[in-house]
Design a protein around this ligand. Structure first.
Ligand code: HSE
Length: 338
């Protein structure tokens, strides 16, 4: 029996997902044993141009009909934002669908609420694509590092700002010119303030900290400073002393005597990074996350943190996991931490 998908949103990520599924059906089946069938794609404007070709007969402008369709098994939410994404995800879970989402802002505010609803319905909500795009990071933290005492997670998790800082550092381009080219290249959020003021990185930091430390960390808990105050002089100063500047998301577990739970610090701010540190070599719009744990020592995850295909790759991995769980009547099978 094929697993039927309802896709909410057909921008860069949604269209890339449709392309990978339609072009890779036999590979997906032979590698995973799952046959995926796209039941419907909900979009705001039926006549808008799509980044890649998608079958017109699958398009609908009624997302609530998709999430309540009894023949749909898994809902993929790649529309972003809060409304209608939140009510649609909730309705999907209440209608006994598993959900895969890339919605970092929604998860950083309502992740715990949505996870609880999923648990109460006996369904999955997976979100590998919400942090660092195509990098398999969430599953690594949840599964491979499930029993690790993670001390610190330090990430370059916003491609736009890393691109801007790279252009300033390497080519001496001004902040505003570098921002314009990041926008032209399609890295930035619809409102680039989310990138340059660190909101996007803070949402991702909240999600990372929640998983790494098994606590409910929300966007409002993250201390934040963006990159708008950085000048070319700052780079010259940093370079003279053997450093470069990066916008870092830092999630730290702080041991305190007599408190076995410890404390958590989660912050996003520009930081001097030694030129000898692996994070200093992360250039352009790439992302990287450096994890330090008691037993495992140091790990670094590197790859494309934005863009249609890399993000769709992460979504597809979640879809397969959710499909397996539906098949075996289980949930959160890969999830070792609640
Ligand atoms: N604007 C984001 C970034 C997109 O630049 O990283 C991916 O989340």
């Amino acid at each position: 029996m094929p697993v039927r998908l309802g896709i909410l949103g057909c921008g860069n990520v949604g269209a890339s997902l449709v392309k990978i599924i339609l072009e890779g059906q036999s590979l997906i089946e032979s590698q995973t044993g799952e046959v995926l069938e796209i039941a419907a794609i909900a979009v705001r404007d039926l006549s808008a141009d799509r980044p890649v070709w998608v079958p017109r007969d699958l398009l609908t402008d009624d997302p609530f009909a998709v999430v309540t369709d009894p023949t749909v098994d898994i809902i993929v939410e790649v529309m972003g934002g809060y409304d209608p994404a939140k009510p649609l995800i909730e309705e999907a879970l209440r209608s006994k669908k598993s959900v895969v989402t890339a919605n970092k802002s929604l998860l950083s505010d309502y992740g715990e609420e949505i996870s609880q609803l999923a648990r109460s319905q006996g369904r999955d909500v997976f979100f590998e694509a919400a942090v660092a795009g195509g990098i398999p990071l969430i599953r690594s933290l949840k599964v491979s590092l499930a029993a690790e005492r993670v001390r610190r997670v330090t990430g370059i998790v916003n491609g736009t700002t890393n691109y801007i800082l790279t252009r300033m550092s390497e080519d001496g381009v001004s902040y505003s010119d570098a921002l314009s080219s990041a926008q032209e290249l399609g890295y930035a959020e619809a409102d680039p303030v989310a990138d340059v003021e660190g909101f996007d990185a803070s949402a991702k930091a909240a999600i990372l900290a929640s998983i790494a430390f098994g606590r409910n960390v929300m966007l409002q808990d993250v201390s934040r400073e963006g990159i708008t105050g950085i000048t070319l002089d700052d780079f010259a100063f940093a370079k003279r002393h053997g450093y470069t500047l990066k916008l870092l998301a830092i999630c730290e577990w702080i041991e305190s005597e007599g408190d076995s739970e410890g404390k958590i610090s989660v912050r996003v701010h520009p930081a001097m990074v030694s030129l000898t540190h692996p994070l200093a070599s992360v250039r352009d719009a790439f992302n990287a996350v450096f994890v330090e744990g008691d037993a495992v020592g140091e790990l670094m995850f590197y790859g494309r943190g934005a863009g249609g295909l890399p993000t769709a790759s992460a979504v597809l991995g979640d879809v397969i996991d959710a499909a397996h769980n539906l098949r075996f009547g289980s949930t959160e099978r890969h999830m070792a931490r609640p």
